[in-house]
Design a protein around this ligand. Structure first.
Ligand SMILES: NC(=O)c1ccc[n+]([C@@H]2O[C@H](COP(=O)([O-])OP(=O)(O)OC[C@H]3O[C@@H](n4cnc5c(N)ncnc54)[C@H](O)[C@@H]3O)[C@@H](O)[C@H]2O)c1
Length: 252
C-alpha cells in the first residue's frame, strides 16, 4: 500500500476524476478527506470507499470562496493528525467560446477563480500545515490546454497559470520537503461531458479525439488517478515542479 498511514485531502472529490483519485488513494491505505461543493456527491463517494473497507471523511467547501478554503483547512488541521497530501482537482471550463470577442467578464472571472485562484488559496493553507511537518505532497490539476487552446481562452490561461504557480511553489517549498507537481490530462471520459453535451455530441467528440491521440483512446479517470498516486507517493520523492502530461501521446 503506497499511502498507508497518510492523510490526503482531495478537492473536487465528487467529480469524475476526483472520485477516481479518492477511491484509488483509499485503496492504497490513505485516510481521504473528500471536499467538494456537492455534498450529496461527496457522501456517495465516501459510502463507496467505506463499503470497500477504506477510510474517508467529508468536508464540504466552495473553493472559490476564501473564507471556505480557510475553514476547510482549519477543520482538517483540528480533526486529523496530519495533512500529508493535497490534490487540487476542483475545476472546470465555464467559458468555452469560439472567438476572443465573445469573452464574458463574469465567466472569465469564474474560470480564473475556480481553476487558478482556488489552487493558490488551497496551497497557501496546506503549506501553513505542511511546513512545520517538514513533509508534504501537493498535486495540482492543470490540463493539456496549458499549451494553448483556441476557444478555451480563459480556461487555458488558468491552467497555464496553475503550471507556473506549481513551479514557483516547488521552488519555495523544497527546503521543507514539500513537493509540488501538476497533472495535465488530455480529454478524460467523465460523466459531466455526456450530461452537458448529450450522448451523441459527446460520443462524436470522444471518437474524434481518440483518433488523434497516438494511443487511440481518450483517458479514463483511473489513468489520471494513477498518475496522481505516483506523484503523491514516496516513489516521486525527488520529483518536484513538474507537469505530467496524461495524454496518450497527444501533442508530442
Ligand atoms: N475531464 C477532462 O477531460 C479534463 C481534462 C483536463 C483537466 N481536467 C480537470 O480535471 C478536474 C476535474 O474535472 P472532471 O473532469 O472530473 O469534472 P467534474 O465536473 O466531474 O468534476 C469537477 C468537480 O469539481 C467540483 N467543483 C466545481 N466547482 C467547485 C467549487 N467552487 N468548489 C468546490 N468544488 C467544486 C464539482 O462539484 C465536481 O465534483 C478539473 O480541474 C478539470 O479542469 C479535466
Amino acid at each position: 500500500m503506497r499511502l498507508s498511514g497518510k492523510t490526503a485531502l482531495v478537492t473536487g472529490a465528487a467529480g469524475g476524476i476526483g472520485c477516481a483519485t479518492a477511491c484509488c488513494f483509499a485503496a492504497e491505505g490513505a485516510l481521504v478527506i473528500l471536499s467538494d461543493c456537492n455534498h450529496a456527491g461527496s457522501l456517495e463517494v465516501q459510502d463507496t470507499i467505506i463499503k470497500k473497507g477504506g477510510k474517508a471523511a467529508v468536508i464540504v467547501a466552495d473553493v472559490t470562496r476564501e473564507s471556505e478554503v480557510v475553514r476547510l483547512f482549519s477543520e482538517t488541521e483540528s480533526s486529523f493528525p496530519a495533512l500529508d497530501v493535497l490534490v487540487n482537482i476542483a475545476g472546470g471550463d465555464h467559458e468555452p467560446v469560439a472567438d476572443i470577442e465573445s469573452i464574458d467578464y463574469d465567466r472569465m472571472s469564474k474560470n480564473l477563480d475556480l481553476n487558478l485562484k482556488s489552487t493558490i488559496l488551497c496551497c497557501r493553507e496546506a503549506c501553513r500545515i505542511m511546513k512545520p511537518q517538514g513533509y508534504g505532497r501537493i498535486v495540482n490539476m492543470s490540463s493539456m490546454v496549458y499549451r494553448g487552446s483556441p476557444g478555451q481562452f480563459s480556461y487555458s490561461a488558468a491552467k497555464g497559470g496553475v503550471f507556473s504557480f506549481t513551479r514557483s511553489l516547488a521552488l519555495a517549498m523544497g527546503r521543507y520537503k514539500i513537493t509540488v507537481n501538476a497533472l495535465a490530462p488530455a480529454l478524460v471520459d467523465v460523466p459531466v461531458f455526456e450530461k452537458v453535451l448529450g450522448s451523441e455530441r459527446w460520443k462524436a467528440m470522444a471518437e474524434e479525439a481518440a483518433e488523434r491521440y497516438p494511443l487511440q483512446r481518450i483517458a479514463t479517470p483511473d489513468d489520471v488517478a494513477k498518475a496522481a498516486l505516483f506523484l503523491a507517493s514516496d516513489d516521486a520523492e525527488f520529483i518536484t515542479g513538474q507537469i505530467l502530461e496524461i495524454s496518450g501521446g497527444a501533442r508530442l
